[in-house]
Design a protein around this ligand. Structure first.
Ligand code: HEC
Length: 186
């Protein structure tokens, strides 16, 4: 009996050869979900297709790759070629690059550090201890933190030399050395 009453309630007026239509709408919550998906689709399409605000996957891939390249691509050299040079002539050249590029303005004449940049002679490093990390920060910099990227001004070979020079300063203990920053390295 219950069931019948329910049927009556949904019975449509119109009658065709004695056949009547039952209008049985889906529950409200399903309809709500349905409208929400339509709303979402419109916003989604507007964001990605009509207004072009969002990047489609290809564009996004390109952007991410670029970020990855600038951040991690060390050099035209392969990473096992980027090792510290120990030749006195190379170190000497590294030293003149340090002067030439005005690294001293932010890191002190002897690499002792100053109000702007960190000490480059001590055994603490902000960007990692190994040679490649030092190479990488000089090459790619960290503009947000005030370290200039030098990749447009210095070739990889010259970055390698200036990095080697810096590592040769270890334990040089210059006067007015700035205190340790970053992780302590062996
Ligand atoms: C305009 C100022 C400025 C100049 C010029 C500059 N630096 Fe820096 N450098 C900084 C700052 C600031 C930091 C620290 C960034 C941070 O706090 O994250 C830094 C960080 C570094 C680091 C990482 C130190 C660490 O502890 O890991 C190295 C290596 C370095 N600089 C080398 C150089 C060399 C070599 C040159 C010249 C070719 C140079 N810098 C020129 C400001 C400068």
């Amino acid at each position: 009996m219950e069931e019948n009453k329910n049927v009556d309630e949904h019975l449509d007026e119109h009658n065709y050869d004695g056949i009547q239509e039952l209008d049985n709408p889906p529950p409200r919550w399903i309809m709500m979900l349905f409208y929400i998906t339509i709303g979402f689709a419109i916003i989604y399409a507007a964001y990605f297709f009509w207004l072009d605000v969002g990047d489609l996957q290809d564009a996004r891939y390109v952007k991410k790759s670029e970020i990855h390249e600038t951040r991690y691509q060390l050099a035209s050299q392969s990473s096992d070629e980027i090792v510290a040079l120990t030749d006195a002539a190379d170190i000497e050249e590294g030293k003149s690059i340090y002067k030439e590029m005005s690294c001293f303005a932010c890191h002190g004449m002897l690499g002792e550090g100053n109000a702007i940049g960190p000490n480059l002679c001590d055994d603490t490093w902000l960007y990692g201890c190994d040679f490649q990390s030092v190479f990488n920060i000089i090459k790619n910099g960290n503009a947000a933190k005030g370290m200039t990227p030098f990749k447009t001004q210095l070739s990889d070979a010259r970055i390698q030399k200036v990095s080697s020079y810096l590592l040769s300063l270890k334990d040089s203990k210059p006067p007015n050395a700035k205190g340790p920053q970053g992780e302590t390295c062996e």
